[in-house]
Design a protein around this ligand. Structure first.
Ligand code: ADP
Ligand code: MG
Length: 314
């Protein structure tokens, strides 16, 4: 059977183009159609449906000349994204999407196609969804990190160093104190930063079911996509899921209790020491808060302070 390489031009979805500001982003999105064309040709791929995207990546459903349905994922190369192909290779396909090919310097990967209509976000029972995500985190964190990834120890030290200067931007003294408390909790954990392969961004949209055709015996029913990997303690992994479906938390009669319920469920299923998990989660709150301050914030996001206060007041 002859395989046609003719392609219609790849269109960058307007929402992806508008998802970030700045010249570097504009230049990257402008170059995306040519980059996609280059890799469609290089890997003998044919477009097979409308593109998907998150806040960063363009994901094109494709057919290979031979082999199962796939997607071509294109994203800018930066310190968060550059470890993705390595992490997926090390995890293998059992608990994460299979990596079929990659061009790490270009930020382009060929991935097994999963069922994008079935993410953990579609599991309406909140407890069941959180249990499935936690089981997956436990499996992913069973794997030691390979050399070459960014280290939680470096990230943690850099955060602590920035706190004195950054907290001066905060208008409310109680928020300045909260930032200092988070930094103190992280400082206590610095001599044991962990050595596991961490995903860093495991929320419900980043967990997909395999296509029925690729579900084989022994394979997990839910698979991780989109890691921004680092080496460290799995206790640093909880925040994205604590924040998922935030409306369910803030409409609870007791917000702190609802947060702690999630935290206890996750630490139980993953098998984490609660005190360490609280400390590293405060570290993750700190990371988000410092980013916000860097972007000009003078107050902290209520969800960040709510999570921190719930964990400090057990
Ligand atoms: N392997 C895959 N199979 C099917 N759809 C995918 C796959 N990987 C990503 N997608 C779709 O593309 C979206 C964005 O991809 P993702 O890797 O999460 O990038 P981002 O960093 O932009 O969130 C996902 O939410 C999902 O809908
Ligand atoms: Mg994503």
């Amino acid at each position: 059977m002859s395989f046609s390489r003719s392609q219609s031009r790849v269109q960058v979805p307007a929402a992806l183009a508008a998802s970030q500001d700045g010249d570097a982003w504009r230049a990257w999105t402008a170059a995306l159609p040519a980059l996609a064309k280059e890799f469609l040709d290089r890997w003998s791929l044919r477009l097979d449906g409308p593109p998907a995207h998150g806040a960063v990546a363009l994901v094109l459903p494709v057919l290979q000349a031979e082999g199962p349905p796939a997607v071509l994922k294109l994203q800018p190369v930066d310190e968060e994204t550059q470890g993705e192909p390595l992490a997926l290779r090390v995890w293998g396909a059992r608990h994460a999407v299979a990596l079929l090919d990659s061009a790490p310097d270009s930020g382009v990967m060929l991935l097994e196609r999963l069922d994008a209509a079935r993410s953990l976000a579609t599991v309406s029972d909140g407890t069941a969804a959180l249990e499935r995500l936690s089981e997956l985190l436990a499996q992913l964190a069973a794997v030691p990190a390979p050399a070459g990834l960014r280290l939680l120890s470096d990230i943690a030290r850099a955060m602590i160093d920035r706190v004195p200067t950054y907290s001066r931007s905060l208008a409310d003294p109680s928020e300045r104190r909260l930032l200092a408390t988070c930094a103190a909790a992280v400082r206590e954990l610095l001599d044991e930063p962990g050595d596991r392969l961490l995903h860093w961004d495991l929320h419900y949209d980043n967990v997909l079911a395999p296509l029925p055709s690729s579900q084989v015996a022994g394979r997990a029913p839910w698979l991780a996509i989109d890691p921004k990997p680092l080496a460290g303690d799995p206790a640093f992994e909880l925040l994205p899921a604590l924040r998922n479906r935030w409306d369910d938390v803030i409409t609870a009669a007791d917000v702190s209790r609802a947060i702690r319920h999630r935290f206890h469920l996750m630490t139980e299923v993953i098998g984490l020491d609660r005190e360490r998990a609280a400390g590293w989660t405060l570290g993750r709150v700190l990371q988000n808060c410092l980013w916000d301050i860097e972007d000009g914030a003078v107050t902290l996001q209520p969800e960040q302070t709510a999570i921190a206060r719930a964990l400090l007041d057990p």
